[in-house]
Write a protein that binds this ligand. Structure first.
Ligand SMILES: NC(=O)c1ccc[n+]([C@@H]2O[C@H](COP(=O)([O-])OP(=O)(O)OC[C@H]3O[C@@H](n4cnc5c(N)ncnc54)[C@H](OP(=O)(O)O)[C@@H]3O)[C@@H](O)[C@H]2O)c1
Length: 341
């Protein structure tokens, strides 16, 4: 990313959260004075030179955008209820980078493709680690076998990382969704072999559509094998499901947000299968929230330079973003091809 070559500022909503603060600090290094952090806490936002924004108050957002006047990119680092916020931005010709990981929400934002194209705005979805880097690895594996018939994506997260509350809430909610595939034993570089369990990451749904792969499953494990086993045993009991279990899910979210046992390294792997052919790519790094923010910052920088086509796209649909993993080498992200096991 080069600096100072275009005008306009970048509004980072959720800008002092775990992901948003990584977006903000990377962009501030490269585009000083052009980042506006935002969240519901006005005092906190203002202390960072930002503004108050609540994603559930669209009139308030419109007024803020009018007042700021020169926002060209919004980076959304908190999950709104629906796609209306995305619509407000794209209709105004403001580019959008969305780190959300919920399938239905991503589908609703993807449906705004025509709105974005008409306004000359670009929306980029599946931004972050999973979805995000997983989509890019899966794309590589898919190409390596000449078009996959099946994709298996595996995500290992460090149980010692300070994951943001919104991300932990998302993960706990994911434990309530029906299970559609079997666990799989997978070798992950730097971590050995782990049993990973199907988990509702959005990438598996997106990849079926964007790559035309008939079967795709994403699985999750933690670096701690006992913790992984305990988490998925809890899912198996069904105790977390249902509206009446919301308090239990909130308690679990609070506990996971506070307790940090283990390391902060993560690993990703994508396996593509076509008849007898098989290709696997893996990626390792530290602090998935930070790396999610760095991916979002890379894309926000490209959008500010006007280098991506109008419309709404998932990351793997934009060839200019195919090398994002390599761009993060200096940040400790390492890509491996044809990993063993
Ligand atoms: N794609 C990926 O790989 C990936 C990875 C990690 C996380 N994520 C997603 O990124 C999002 C953020 O995760 P995180 O770990 O950064 O969570 P976090 O640390 O809890 O940060 C969320 C931020 O959003 C703000 N916020 C909450 N509700 C808001 C609202 N209604 N309006 C405006 N701001 C609001 C919070 O501040 P206030 O409460 O003060 O408003 C906070 O600054 C989550 O949706 C998560 O699923 C994606």
């Amino acid at each position: 990313m080069t600096t100072g070559d275009t005008s306009g500022r970048i509004l980072v909503i959720g800008g002092y959260g775990a992901v948003g603060s990584a977006v903000g600090s990377r962009l501030e290094e490269r585009l000083p004075g052009r980042v506006i952090p935002a969240g519901r806490n006005e005092v906190r936002a203002r202390r960072l030179g930002g503004v108050r924004v609540d994603v559930s108050d669209l009139d308030g957002l419109r007024r803020t955008l009018d007042k700021l006047g020169d926002v060209r990119v919004v980076v959304l680092c908190v999950e709104p209820e629906d796609a209306l916020l995305a619509r407000v931005c794209l209709e105004r010709g403001i580019h959008l980078v969305d780190v959300n990981a919920t399938r239905d929400l991503l589908d609703a934002v993807a449906d705004l493709d025509g709105v974005a194209a008409a306004a000359g705005a670009t929306g980029v979805l599946s931004v972050g680690v999973a979805p995000g880097l997983t989509n890019l690895l899966a794309h590589r594996a898919h190409e390596a076998v000449g078009g996959a018939q099946r994709l298996d994506v595996t995500v290992l997260l460090g149980s010692g990382e300070r994951h943001g509350t919104d991300a932990v809430r998302w993960t706990v909610e994911g434990l309530t969704e029906p299970v559609t595939a079997a666990p799989r034993s997978v070798f992950l570089p730097g971590h050995g072999t782990h049993l990973a369990y199907p988990f509702p990451f959005s990438d598996q749904h997106t990849l079926r559509r964007t790559l035309g792969v008939p079967e795709a499953t994403t699985r999750l494990c933690l670096d701690s094998r006992p913790l992984t086993a305990a988490l998925f045993a809890l899912r198996g009991t069904g105790l977390l499901r249902g509206e009446h279990r919301a308090p239990l899910r909130r308690t679990l979210t609070g506990a996971f947000s506070r307790v940090h046992v283990g390391a902060d390294a993560f690993a990703l792997r994508a396996d593509a299968w076509r008849d007898d052919d098989h290709a696997a790519f893996a990626l390792t790094g530290r602090e998935q929230s930070r790396v999610t923010g760095l991916v979002a910052a890379e894309i926000a920088g490209e959008l500010l330079r006007g280098q991506l086509p109008p419309g709404v796209h998932h990351i793997e649909q934009l060839p200019d973003l195919a090398d994002v993993p390599e761009r993060l080498a200096a940040d400790g992200v390492r890509v491996l091809r044809r990993v063993g096991g």
